[in-house]
Design a protein. Structure first.
Length: 58
């Protein structure tokens, strides 16, 4: 479960609830390395992969 602050910062980077990106480039890259994406890594990348960089005021 994400806190409101975490969601706010992720939204600044381009995240939204229900996000699911195409993993083709990740799958191809890992295949070339002789690796396979395990289910938890796949889910994480679908949700958070390719988010833009952003600045925060800490």
């Amino acid at each position: 479960m994400l806190t409101d602050i975490a969601k706010q910062q992720l939204r600044k980077a381009g995240w939204y609830e229900g996000r699911k990106i195409d993993l083709t480039k990740y799958e191809e890259g890992y295949t070339k390395l002789g690796c396979e994406l395990f289910p938890a890594a796949r889910k994480f990348l679908e949700d958070y992969g390719d988010l833009g960089q952003y600045r925060t005021n800490h």
